[in-house]
Structures are given as structure tokens and as C-alpha cells.
Design a protein. Structure first.
Length: 176
């Protein structure tokens, strides 16, 4: 059983704490034994795993997030790792983005039925998003994994020049 210290300032009766605006409401609404964290078995932490996914995995992206994924050979549940660079913001902002991403994956974990490893990279524009928008972007990327056969245009090489159309001489009736 977990006990929480509540300061004298907030030591109101239980009835007052049950009001949604009261600071103790969050503690009471969690309930005993509730798990509101992405479990350790779903976390990707090893540098070698990150590198393996970057080099051998496939990726999808949208305006705010880039997601690399690779099917895991084991029969473990999915694992996810996050990369939020200093371009996103200072430490407080980066940690906030990681917390929101972890929560979005925790809520969407029922959608991932296979054993897949993910690496999610937050773009600098992700710092401005609220939780609902982060969750929508995660759902968008997970939908792309569900439909990998979606046709996509191959991107031409950056240094490639456009080829000019070749004119072929027209055949006449007597040429054949």
C-alpha cells in the first residue's frame, strides 16, 4: 500500500480532495496499484539496439516526429526508445516531450500486437504540441506501420539531373 505525504496546506478532508480542482485529486484518482508509466519491458535503452534500428529498420515521418522500426526476432513485447535533441529546447522542454511521447505510446500499446522495436525522434516543432496532438501524431505513425504496402513515391537522388525526353523518329508505312 502506498502512502502520500500531503502538507498542512492541503490537508483537507477526503471529501474536499475529491473535487477535481483540488491538488490532492490527482493522487486520489490514481487508485491503488494503478500503473501510469510505460513499463520497463517496453523501454529501449541499449545504444546497440538504437544503432541496429537506425541501420536496418524502416522509417516513417510526419511534420513533428520521425519513427524508425524493426521487427524484433524474440517473442518479447514491443520496445520503444526516444531521441530528443538539443535543437528541440532546453532540458525541461526535452523532458516534457519525452514524457508526452511515453504516455502516448503507453495508451497506444494495444495497437502494437507484434514484437517490434521503435525509435522515435522528435523534431524541434514537437516542443510546441500539446498531449492530444502528440498522441494523434503517434497514431498516424502507427497506422503507417499497419499499412506498409501504401505506395510511396521514390525520392530521386539530390544530385541527379532531369533526363530530357528522347525524340524517336516516326515510322512511315513503307519503312516496315
Amino acid at each position: 500500500m502506498a502512502f502520500f505525504y500531503i502538507s498542512r496546506q492541503f490537508s483537507a478532508s477526503i471529501e474536499n480532495c475529491a473535487v477535481k480542482g483540488h491538488p490532492c485529486f490527482r493522487i486520489l484518482s490514481m487508485g491503488m496499484g494503478a500503473s501510469y508509466m510505460l513499463q520497463r519491458e517496453h523501454r529501449l535503452t541499449d545504444k546497440r539496439d538504437f544503432q541496429r534500428i537506425f541501420h536496418h529498420g524502416q522509417s516513417f515521418a510526419n511534420r513533428y516526429l520521425v519513427m524508425y522500426y524493426l521487427k524484433n526476432r524474440t517473442n518479447e513485447p514491443f520496445r520503444v526508445g526516444f531521441s530528443v535533441s538539443k535543437k528541440v529546447g532546453k532540458a525541461v522542454t526535452r523532458n516534457r516531450v519525452k514524457r508526452l511521447l511515453r504516455e502516448a505510446f503507453r495508451l497506444e500499446k494495444e495497437r502494437v500486437t507484434e514484437s517490434i522495436d521503435f525509435v522515435v525522434i522528435a523534431r524541434p516543432s514537437a516542443a510546441e504540441l500539446e498531449f492530444a496532438e502528440i498522441r494523434q501524431n503517434v497514431q498516424h505513425l502507427l497506422r503507417n506501420i499497419d499499412n506498409p504496402d501504401k505506395p510511396s513515391k521514390p525520392r530521386p537522388p539530390r544530385n541527379a539531373k532531369k533526363a530530357l525526353p528522347v525524340k524517336r523518329p516516326e515510322l512511315q508505312k513503307g519503312d516496315i
